[in-house]
Design a protein around this ligand. Sequence first.
Ligand SMILES: CC(C)(COP(=O)(O)OP(=O)(O)OC[C@H]1O[C@@H](n2cnc3c(N)ncnc32)[C@H](O)[C@@H]1OP(=O)(O)O)[C@@H](O)C(=O)NCCC(=O)NCCS
Length: 155
Amino acid sequence: MNKIEKAGISDVPQMHELINHFADKGEMLARPLSEIYENIRDYFVVRQGERVVACAALHIMWVDLAEIKSVAVAEENQRQGIGDQLIEACLREAKELGIPTVFCFTYQPTFFKRHKFVDIDKMELPRKVWSDCFRCPKFPNCDEVALICHLEVRA
Ligand SMILES: CC(C)(COP(=O)(O)OP(=O)(O)OC[C@H]1O[C@@H](n2cnc3c(N)ncnc32)[C@H](O)[C@@H]1OP(=O)(O)O)[C@@H](O)C(=O)NCCC(=O)NCCS
């Protein structure tokens, strides 16, 4: 079982490399170093020794809404359950914070659907969630799928 931990500032260069490796292949949105530093408290990582082999972020958007973003597992560490563990860690944190809905934009809907994410029309999400989209090279011709997960949280 891999240990999921909150990211530290010294993890950022490796997280940046990991995320942008997949972004270069068109599999996810690129993130500049500055954005990862600014949002470091959003991120979980999996480390093997000194190496960061995976990361994922839970970004709070509003009182009832958060986004899972930048889920990346190094190719040689895929299919070992790390992605699943990262999604569960993000959903657990959302629940602990009392946030009942978590969405994502992804090219991997089948993977997210394992965690009770369901399809949602992008237009049903508040415009605020589009803040990243304006910086995406594909905007406005987005071909990612929007998914949402409803959590049971305390009243
Ligand atoms: C998608 C990704 C995060 C999955 O990570 P992973 O660690 O390989 O996933 P896991 O090992 O936890 O897989 C869990 C299950 O999902 C399945 N799965 C993994 N990737 C999948 C995919 N792309 N589509 C469908 N199912 C997938 C696995 O087969 C496994 O199922 P099983 O237990 O029945 O065999 C990883 O492939 C990745 O980093 N891809 C590149 C970046 C990316 O696309 N990120 C996601 C969008 S932001």
